[in-house]
Design a protein around this ligand. Structure first.
Ligand code: C5P
Length: 222
């Protein structure tokens, strides 16, 4: 079989990470969490203490940071200059900063290059906001995974609580809605469904049901 490039885009909390990992495992593909790459740049920006719209500083930070993934026993760690930052990039503060720096062209161009290098050989499932529209417009299969704002906020809330974050459900839903708005309204590579993407609304569907739908689409195309 040909080793495909599969794109999964959609707003935050739609279930992309869970689904992407499981789908990649099922197909024997690698998965690439492009959101984690943007988050890692945001963390570097936060640590450097620079403003998210200081273009020259962002360019310097991108130039100086090395982002890589380490795959150990099924779990995937994100490394910033060799340091495991998988946990540090998942705080609500970094989520919002990520949405701000991801609107900057210099950051997008830097990560675009890296994402294309990582994925172009195929046998890969990439999750993000602009995979089907910008990163791999010729991807073999494109999904747009969404869910209602309440459902997405609720999932994020459970995730954050499980991690020990002290945040309310209302705050989490508001943060999710704010981040989507920023992602949809930005000028460069906004969150948008590709014209040829297959829509899946995961509200009310189990993980297994979403996976079954995707697998059916992929098999029909092979
Ligand atoms: O998917 P995740 O919630 O980890 O993404 C964090 C943020 O990274 C998003 O809110 C978005 O601003 C940005 N992002 C992006 N393009 C991608 C993936 C993520 O702009 N392909």
């Amino acid at each position: 079989h040909k080793r495909l490039i599969i794109a999964i885009d959609g707003p935050s909390g739609a279930g992309k990470s869970t689904i992407t990992k499981l789908l990649a495992d099922r197909l024997g593909y690698i998965h690439i969490d492009t959101g984690a790459m943007f988050r890692t740049v945001a963390l570097a920006v936060r640590r450097a203490g620079v403003s998210p719209d200081d273009q020259p500083a962002l360019a310097r930070i991108c130039h100086e940071c090395t982002i890589s993934f380490e795959r150990t026993n099924g779990c995937c760690q994100v490394l910033l200059n060799g340091e495991d930052v998988s946990r540090a990039i998942r705080t609500p503060e970094i989520s919002l900063l990520t949405s701000a720096i991801s609107a900057q062209k210099v950051v997008r161009d830097f990560l675009l290059e890296l994402q294309r290098q990582m994925g172009s050989a195929g046998g890969v499932v990439l999750e993000g906001r602009d995979i089907g529209t910008v990163v791999f417009p010729d991807a073999d299969v494109k999904f747009f995974l969404s869910a209602s704002a309440e459902e997405r906020g609720r999932r994020r809330y459970l995730e954050l609580r499980a991690r020990g974050e002290n945040i309310s459900l209302e705050e989490t839903i508001a943060a999710v809605v704010q981040r989507d708005k920023q992602d949809e309204e930005r000028e460069h590579a906004p969150l948008r469904r590709a014209a040829d993407a297959i829509d899946i609304d995961s509200s009310g569907l189990s993980i297994e049901e979403v996976l079954e739908r995707m697998t059916a689409v992929i098999e029909a195309g092979l």
